[in-house]
Write a protein that binds this ligand. Structure first.
Ligand code: SMO
Length: 761
């Protein structure tokens, strides 16, 4: 039934709503009488709380409520939040300190929520916050990604949360010791602030028995369970909704303290309460991304075949175990440790450390961009040290036979990396690079070329729910459990259902983000949405066709075997009725067959998919100023079969720019006391339009065998590929100036410093 021929570059129908100011975001949920909440946050990175006096704030004009942890304890709500805990190399469990959702006895990072003030207006709440007396005794801030320093948690006296290992340790060590050549490099992966266009926010209301929390997240079901647990409510009495969401990128996937605080206030007051983060608040309290350093070793035989790969990563978890914090640079990094290469002797070790900084958690790709960044920096470096062409070195080592089981347990079903790379080499005009470099030199610029060949392992709960309902008005609703954060799901799901059923696109409405209305669902994350949602939609459509066939056969007076559905109409020999889906639904309604008007399904896809592709980046560095400009960028991806190539390309463009921002402009700086110095857009440089090159994009599909449509997830791929491509290009540009340790971000100042250093050396 699946029809790939209809894959079509179709513009997003939801954009009319977004671009004309008709999007409905969480901050738009503002009924008459809704109160404003603001968070009082820790002004210091590490301190023992001596006193928290909120009485004056409680008496301030317009204030309805001030909530501290003492109020939560008195109300006997569960104040703890927990995260995933890794296993150590010795089989013991990593440290599992809990995190109170309002500070309890200590504060551990600047911006940690200490109290909630609820007032008639934002202004009144802000004025009242000034009256809070917060006394504390400062402790030394532990900021470096290493063991030692002032302990944040008694559960981790040396600040090490876990020490994880995976792969073949002894075989890898032996292979490195006996290798013809070993390439070694320390690879830093700078911390970034995620900066979704829409900061986080929440709204809560309580009718005496049911709690409704609206927030801008990546799905509703996780928070629903958390709310029920924290407040001891029956899940049936918790409704969680996500309205339109302006970007999530993994950062919005987690439950955050503010959501519970707002819910507590609404339940205490019996009045709706709303909270919206401002930008600096977001920079202090949203989970950050990356922030790790890796020592990597790549060993080769005399024929330039990789014989072993070993990495040792130190990663920053921030102050507490956040949602997936411990999993990112350990098990998720491991998914693509060895990338697209045939390396069975590989070993990774990852140590995670608590520091007095905001938590670090999932950021577009979550562990996989980090792993590919290290490996592809190593491949370009190895090509240089071995004196081999970078593409050739990759071709020698590509996995060529499938299925292929990696040393970390992934099963790559299909792939044709060499073909994809060849397509990219042609599109990027690699043959013409030497001439372009000469032209750059002629006007005083250093030109560099970088390659990244990435692979991703598509994550997430592989099961998803769907419900298709025919409406009395003659249309269809499709309820989905995934959650658009702006990717265009409404368009893609309606189009897919339309293609599979012949129901006109305009007659289909996509419903998402309401735990009272939708089937159970997994939300957005891990590039999972379209693959899982389309798979389950297919199941529902098959059931629908079967049910309608049976029903129609009775109406037509023919045998069910004689009824065919040709994607537009049902037909049968000997009957001149040729009804469409909507007409059959109308007939069923007329005949009182309500059972035929709703079709639900839950399907699990039985395998991961492995999108992969080649990114070629060219940069020009001005040696006098350090200014680095990406001047040419080419991507060829294997995403398997696509439903909407235009939206896939949009995902890649956005993803590439996110990686490029990390590589060129974005830099998080804490001072020695743990104060965030880059807490506004004056100090933290997001990439602007002028930083972005034209990104040439094409696909070279090798359909996945893991789902009925042969699709591969594409939401994170751009970021996975772009960091190493850009960094390799900058390293290439700077190599002849003697620079051997080029770490992101390549801001003008840092590049200029590198050039000065090498000149002085
Ligand atoms: S970093 Mo994502 O939402 O898997």
């Amino acid at each position: 039934m699946e029809k790939f021929g209809k894959a079509q570059a179709m513009r997003r129908s939801e954009d009319v709503r977004f671009l004309t100011g008709h999007g409905r975001y969480v901050d738009d949920i503002a009924p008459e009488g809704a109160l404003h909440g603001i968070m009082f946050r820790s002004p210091v990175a590490h301190a023992v709380i001596d006193a928290l006096d909120v009485e004056a704030a409680r008496q301030a004009p317009g204030v309805h409520l001030v909530v501290t942890v003492e109020d939560l304890l008195a109300a006997e709500v569960d104040i703890t939040m927990t995260g995933v805990v890794m296993e150590n190399r010795d089989g013991s469990k990593g440290a599992a300190p809990t995190r109170p959702w309002l500070a309890h006895k200590r504060v551990r990072h600047v911006g940690e929520p200490v109290a909630l003030i609820v007032a008639d207006s934002l202004q009144a709440a802000q004025d009242a916050a000034e009256l809070i007396e917060f006394d504390y005794t400062e402790l030394p801030a532990h900021l470096d990604i290493c063991a030692g320093g002032e302990a944040l948690h008694p559960e981790a006296p040396d600040n090490r949360a876990f020490d994880f290992g995976m792969g073949r340790e002894a075989e890898t060590a032996a292979a490195i010791d006996s290798a013809a050549k070993v390439v070694r490099l320390e690879v830093g992966d700078n911390r970034v602030i995620v900066n979704a266009m829409e900061p986080r926010g929440a709204y809560a209301e309580w009718d005496g028995s049911r709690l409704h929390v609206a927030f801008n997240g990546q799905g509703v079901w996780g928070l629903k369970g958390d709310m029920a647990r924290v407040f001891g409510l029956d899940e049936a009495n918790v409704r969680v909704t996500n309205p339109d969401v302006g970007g999530g990128f993994g950062m919005k996937a987690a439950p955050y303290p503010e959501y519970f605080a707002i819910a507590f206030a609404a339940m205490t007051l019996g009045q709706p309460v709303r909270w919206m983060s401002d930008r600096t608040e977001a920079m202090l309290s949203d989970h950050a991304g990356r922030d790790l350093v890796t020592m990597a070793e790549l060993a080769f035989d005399a024929e330039n075949r990789i014989t072993a790969y070993r990495v040792h990563t130190l990663c920053n978890l921030g102050a507490y175990n956040s949602n997936f914090g411990q999993a990112i640079q350990s098990i998720l990094f491991a998914k693509v440790l060895t990338g697209t290469y045939d390396i069975q002797n590989a070993w990774m070790r990852c140590e995670g450390f608590y520091t007095n900084t905001t938590q670090v958690d999932a950021y577009r790709g979550a562990g996989r961009p980090e792993a590919i960044y290290v490996l592809e920096r190593m491949m370009d470096r190895a090509a240089r040290e071995l004196g081999v062409d970078p593409q050739e070195l990759r071709r020698i080592n590509f996995i060529k036979e499938f299925p292929y089981k990696t040393v970390t347990g992934e099963n790559y079903d299909v792939g044709d990396f060499s073909r994809v790379l060849g397509h990219a080499e042609a599109d990027a005009d690699i043959a013409g690079f030497a001439a372009r470099r000469a032209a750059s030199e002629a006007h005083g610029k250093l030109r560099g070329l970088g390659l990244c060949y990435y692979i991703e392992s598509i994550l997430g709960d592989p099961s998803e729910d769907v419900r298709v309902e025919f409406t009395p008005e003659g249309g269809a609703l499709i309820y989905v459990g995934t959650q658009s954060n702006g990717q265009g799901h409404e368009t893609v799901y309606a189009k897919f259902l339309s293609d599979q059923t012949g129901i006109p696109f305009e007659a289909i409405e996509v419903v998402q983000g309401d735990s009272d209305l939708i089937a159970r669902g997994g939300g957005t994350g891990g590039s999972r949405s379209v693959t899982t949602q389309a798979t389950v939609t297919l199941t529902a459509v098959r059931d629908m066709v079967a049910g309608f066939t049976e029903f129609l056969a009775g109406e037509m007076g023919v045998d069910p075997d004689e009824v065919r559905f040709d994607d537009e109409r049902f037909r049968a020999e000997g009957s001149n009725l040729t009804p469409t889906m909507l007409e059959v639904a109308a007939l069923a309604r007329e005949k009182g067959r309500e059972d035929l008007l709703t079709w639900s399904a839950r399907t699990a896809i039985d395998a991961r998919s492995y999108p992969n592709g080649a990114h070629f980046c060219e940069v020009e560095v001005d040696p006098d100023t350090g200014v680095t400009q990406v001047v040419k960028y080419t991507v060829v991806d294997d995403f398997g079969n696509l439903i909407n190539p235009m939206l896939a390309e949009g995902q890649v463009h956005g993803g590439v720019v996110q990686g490029l921002g990390q590589a060129l402009t974005e830099r998080v700086v804490y001072d020695e006391d743990g104060q965030l110095l880059t807490a506004t857009f004056m100090d933290y440089a997001m990439p602007r339009a002028k930083d972005s090159p034209w990104i040439a994009f094409d696909v070279e599909p090798v359909p996945s065998t893991g789902n009925p449509m042969g699709m591969k997830g594409c939401g994170e791929a751009g970021t996975v590929g772009s960091m190493a491509a850009v960094a390799n290009a900058v390293q290439d540009a700077l190599w002849d100036r003697g620079i051997r340790q080029a770490d992101m971000p390549f801001t003008p100042h840092r590049v200029w410093e590198m050039l000065q250093g090498s000149r002085m050396a």
